[in-house]
Design a protein around this ligand. Structure first.
Ligand SMILES: *Cc1c(COP(=O)(O)O)cnc(C)c1O
Length: 234
């Protein structure tokens, strides 16, 4: 299969991210790209590994299960970015290196118990709901202070920062307001003593706005791997 497009896409998105950093007066070294490989098979991910990529975002644990086996030789760090049911905690504890969609106490408890059994600790980001859209999951912003305090008792969960999905809108100001809210929530939490260096926000369609508001990681699927099949066709 010809995957030379992957190399071109990767170079192009890194360039665009760097440009967005400069436009925002930020150092490009501060912003990493998390390639989102959901819906693409192990063969495509292997081509991305050949480009030097080692962390991949997936929104379904089942897909990590399917790809982790055939790619076991690649040393991949799998990052969970999608809504997570507690009954998937066992697979996550075994297979994932990071969860960016930690959004409720029951999930933290379930992950902690399974990670203890595995003798592992993972990085986590707390996903916060910054838009009113029903379809978006995430912890309500008002619950963040209490949740962060509670997480301190889990030595298996290394809390690194916050994650969000912005509202889907053609109005850049609405989108940007979501990213700004996440940064302000982070700043407020840090003022209370939490250490939260990571802000995972921005996707293929809105990453420049996220970078302008302080993203340290942008999650990029389409711009690297191409268009995914329509949701109904999954
Ligand atoms: C799919 C997905 C992305 C990547 O979206 P693109 O628009 O394809 O870049 C980022 N974050 C989450 C949570 C996703 O599910």
């Amino acid at each position: 299969m010809d995957h030379t497009y992957l190399a071109a896409n990767w170079a192009d998105i890194r360039h665009r991210v760097d440009e967005a950093c400069r436009a925002a007066g930020r150092d490009p070294a501060e912003v990493s790209i998390l390639p989102v490989s959901k819906t693409f098979g192990a063969d495509v991910v292997r081509e991305a590994v050949a480009l030097g990529l080692r962390r991949f975002g997936e929104n379904k644990v089942q897909e990590i299960r399917d790809k982790a086996g055939p790619l076991a030789d690649c040393g991949i760090a799998w990052v969970v970015i999608g809504h997570l049911q507690t009954n998937k905690a066992r697979d996550v504890a075994r297979l994932a290196s990071e969860v960016q969609s930690l959004d409720r106490p029951e999930l933290a408890e379930a992950l902690h118990r399974r990670l203890q059994l595995e003798g592992r600790a993972i990085d986590v980001l707390v996903q916060v709901k910054t838009s009113a859209e029903e379809s978006k999951s995430g912890l309500p912003a008002a619950d963040l202070p209490g949740f962060l305090d509670d997480l301190a008792r889990y030595d298996t969960l290394r809390v690194r920062g916050l994650m969000t999905l912005a509202v889907q809108s053609d109005d850049a100001e609405h989108v940007r307001a979501c990213f700004r809210q996440l940064r302000e929530l982070r700043d407020a939490a840090q003022a209370r003593g939490h250490i939260l260096p990571q802000l995972s926000m921005g996707m293929s369609g809105d990453f420049p706005l996220a970078i302008a508001e302080g993203a340290t990681e942008v999650r990029i699927g389409t711009a690297i791997f191409g268009r995914r099949p329509a949701p109904g066709g999954l």
